[in-house]
Ligand binder design. Structure first.
Ligand code: DAH
Length: 335
């Protein structure tokens, strides 16, 4: 029978160790390293194979070769652990370098935008009314005759209803001519007390010139409660205009007419020595309250509405409404 010399097995183990250490040292990533671990430390690896030849060894030598095999295994395991630590550190270092931010590099120049004077005016107005306890409400720009006219107490033959003044849609609906539509929509869905401020775009069949545009902006307010009077309306409007244009502002109420308010007034302010008409207002007509199911014997209200462009033109001394739409940066940069 052939016998195996212990020195043969020792030589095989030494070879396995050297080969394993060389390939572990050459592994370049953690996946490769894991494959090597499986290859050398697994149950079907080369070391158990060598130990399989122990049977042919002198029994006295068997414990020695077993001990030697364990030393080799431990040596390989140590190398695997060390290499893993190195590769992990290298991976972190590579990520750190890849994600380095060079704070000395020149930035990308982006011109700074700013609020458009129209929206700035709207924001200022909303802020003032929100400060007085009003909630911001909005409504659709495409409307029915009912919300734009009928529920607001316009007579069937009122001139505003004419094709000459209002932009009608092919289906018989229309582009709202004022934000007063939202008064009706809001009251239909909310019980009194009401205090709302309504910004929005409105449409008229106007030829564009220095003071007219087919599309412009309005802000509307509405307050409904028990016991509101014309005094409340006057006080509210006066406080609003003074906060907007200055404390020593002169304000004048002039009788006027709107279908949805009774009595109605227009408000002028003294601006650079001239009276300028700024807004329309009045006590909500009982017919409007009835249309939304409020009892006019219990509730009264006041409302007001004005054109934002006009106000912005007065505040900023803008000579032509078209400047607000042309997006000319030479103009807009002045705000
Ligand atoms: N809706 C009116 C217009 O477009 C403005 C207006 C006047 C609104 C009086 C009101 C109001 O709420 O009470 O000219």
């Amino acid at each position: 029978m052939t016998t195996v010399q212990i020195s043969d097995l020792e030589a095989q183990l030494e070879l396995i160790k050297q080969e394993a250490q060389a390939t572990i040292a050459a592994a370049t990533d953690l996946d490769q390293l894991e494959q090597l671990r499986v290859k050398y430390m697994g149950k079907k690896g080369p070391i158990p194979q060598v130990l399989g030849g122990m049977g042919k060894l002198d029994p006295a030598d068997r414990p020695k070769i077993g001990a030697r095999a364990n030393e080799v295994k431990e040596a390989i395991q140590t190398d695997l652990d060390n290499r893993r630590t190195e590769l992990q550190a290298a991976a972190i270092q590579a990520r750190l370098e890849a994600e380095t931010l060079d704070v000395t590099m020149p930035g990308t120049y982006r011109p700074q935008g700013r609020i458009h004077p129209l929206h700035g005016t709207i924001d200022t107005v909303l802020d003032i009314f929100v400060g007085m306890g009003y909630a911001v409400a909005e409504g659709p720009e495409m409307e029915t005759d009912y919300y734009n006219f009928e529920a607001l107490n316009f007579l069937p033959d009122h001139p505003a209803r004419d094709m000459q003044d209002t932009l009608y849609l092919p289906d018989g609906n229309l582009l709202r001519t004022h934000t007063s539509t939202v008064q009706v929509r809001y009251m239909e869905n909310n019980e009194p007390p009401v205090r709302i401020v309504v910004p929005g775009r409105v449409y008229r069949r106007d030829t564009v010139d220095a003071t007219h545009s087919a599309v412009f902006h309005q802000v509307e307010i509405l307050a409904v409660d028990e016991g509101l009077t014309f005094t409340d309306l006057k006080g509210t409007i006066k406080v609003f205009l003074q906060q907007l244009l200055g404390d020593d502002l002169e304000v004048r109420f002039r009788p006027s007419f709107f279908p949805f308010t009774e009595p109605s007034a227009e408000v002028d302010v003294k601006w650079k020595g001239r009276w300028l008409e700024i807004l329309g207002c009045g006590m909500v007509d009982p017919n409007v309250l009835k249309a939304v199911g409020y009892d006019p014997e219990v509730y009264t209200g006041f409302a007001a509405g004005f054109g934002v462009e006009r106000l912005a033109m007065v505040m900023h001394q803008i000579d032509d409404i078209r400047r607000l739409y042309n997006s000319d940066l030479r103009f807009l940069r002045q705000f």
